[in-house]
Design a protein around this ligand. Structure first.
Ligand code: F6P
Length: 366
């Protein structure tokens, strides 16, 4: 039977387990065999006990659990060709030539590199006697399906990444919690949220949590933004609002690309707003923790099911991102998704925010 390896890689996110469960059970239903690759790409590089066959019951009781039961890691070794060579050897020796990778853009980029290099890496491994000629012949290609597991919602090929909705729930609960103490003291709270270079969580939290202002990387504020922010908050206070909230994305920058830090925004508001001043709350990893929302259970289940079908089938595309668009499961060629993310990053690095926003608009939900 065809053998499918499943791994979760990079920062964990709520809902990864639902995806793992669906991939395993769909694989078994379609007559394949499922293998866990533990601790992300590090498990593929290490091989041995880190690659373990899974049965139906091994993924029982995981649907509602946060994080990833497979373990995850950010693996530096896999970024080098030598690491990918070791991984290719470990996988092919176990007869695995289909992978479902659940992770962020870095993890999926790694999957695409491994797929591209697979034939050459196997030739080298045969030449050095580490892999048999028979293994090489029976596994000429690697098929890859990527599911985007990340709270950041920063990857092309899907409107929603696995975990973003749960993280948003976590942020909203924190904002609700801060409101009563903010109102009691008539304080302004500056809340820093995760998202790396993407402002999705910050923007959506501002909308869903009713924040007074948000600073996001995609819309860097112009010169003099500090005065504008202070004036706006003063106007809200004058209108009788007791609880004010400013959300700062961890990746927020100004027009010159300089980081806008939550601590500095807090100092600014304490100096300029008078009264009880402001307080800064950095939400941190609590955003990535806890149980997945209902959406982060059913959506990854549908995607995991589609991913297993895809790697076990003989479709034209050797590497896809299985994502969701307009509530439908979609397939995007993995190289195309990687290029789209690069385009956003390059434009943003050049300070070309209009281009970055346009590129993001084509391939992202925000
Ligand atoms: O990519 C997910 C994420 O949580 C980002 O929002 C954040 O910048 C980063 O990971 C934190 O990484 P780590 O868990 O390695 O500290």
């Amino acid at each position: 039977p065809a053998r499918v390896g499943i791994l979760t890689s990079g920062g964990d996110s709520q809902g990864m387990n639902a995806a793992v469960r669906a991939v395993v059970r769909t694989t078994l239903t379609l007559g394949g065999e499922a293998f866990a690759v533990h601790e992300g790409w590090a498990g593929a590089v290490a091989g041995g006990a880190q690659i373990r066959q899974l049965g139906w019951d091994d993924v029982a009781g995981v649907l509602h659990r946060g994080g990833t039961v497979l373990g995850t890691a950010r693996c530096a070794e896999f970024r080098d060709r030598a690491g990918r060579r070791a991984a290719a050897g470990n996988l092919v020796r176990r007869g695995i030539d289909r992978l479902v990778v659940i992770g962020g853009d870095g993890s999926l980029r790694g999957a695409e590199e491994l797929r591209r290099e697979w034939p050459t890496l196997l030739d080298e491994l045969v030449a050095s006697g580490e892999v048999s000629g028979h293994d090489r012949l029976s596994h000429p290609r690697l098929r890859v399906a990527g599911l985007v597991g990340s709270i950041d919602n920063d990857m092309a090929g899907t409107e929603m990444t696995i975990g973003a909705d749960s993280a948003l729930h976590r942020i909203c609960a924190a904002l609700d919690g801060l409101r009563s103490t903010a109102a009691s003291h008539q304080r302004t709270f500056v809340v820093e949220v995760m998202g790396r270079h993407c402002g999705y969580l910050a923007l959506m939290a501002a909308v869903a949590g009713g924040a007074d202002a948000a600073l996001v990387p995609e819309a860097p504020p112009a010169e003099g933004w500090q005065d504008l922010l202070v004036r706006r908050l003063q106007a809200s206070r004058a209108a009788g609002l007791r609880d004010l909230i400013v959300i700062v994305a961890e990746g927020a920058v100004d027009r010159l690309g300089r980081p806008v830090r939550s601590a500095d925004v807090g100092t600014l508001l304490t100096e300029r707003l008078g009264g009880e001043g402001s307080r800064v709350t950095v939400l941190g990893h609590v955003q990535r923790g806890g149980r997945p929302s209902a959406y982060d259970r059913w959506m990854p289940t549908l995607l995991g099911h589609a991913a297993a079908q895809e790697v076990l089938g003989d479709g034209d595309l050797p590497a896809v991102v299985v994502g969701v668009r307009s509530n439908r499961v979609t397939l995007t060629p993995l190289p195309e998704a990687v290029r789209a993310v690069d385009a956003v990053r390059e434009a943003a690095e050049k300070g070309d925010f209009d281009v970055a926003r346009a590129a993001r608009g084509r391939s992202f939900a925000t």
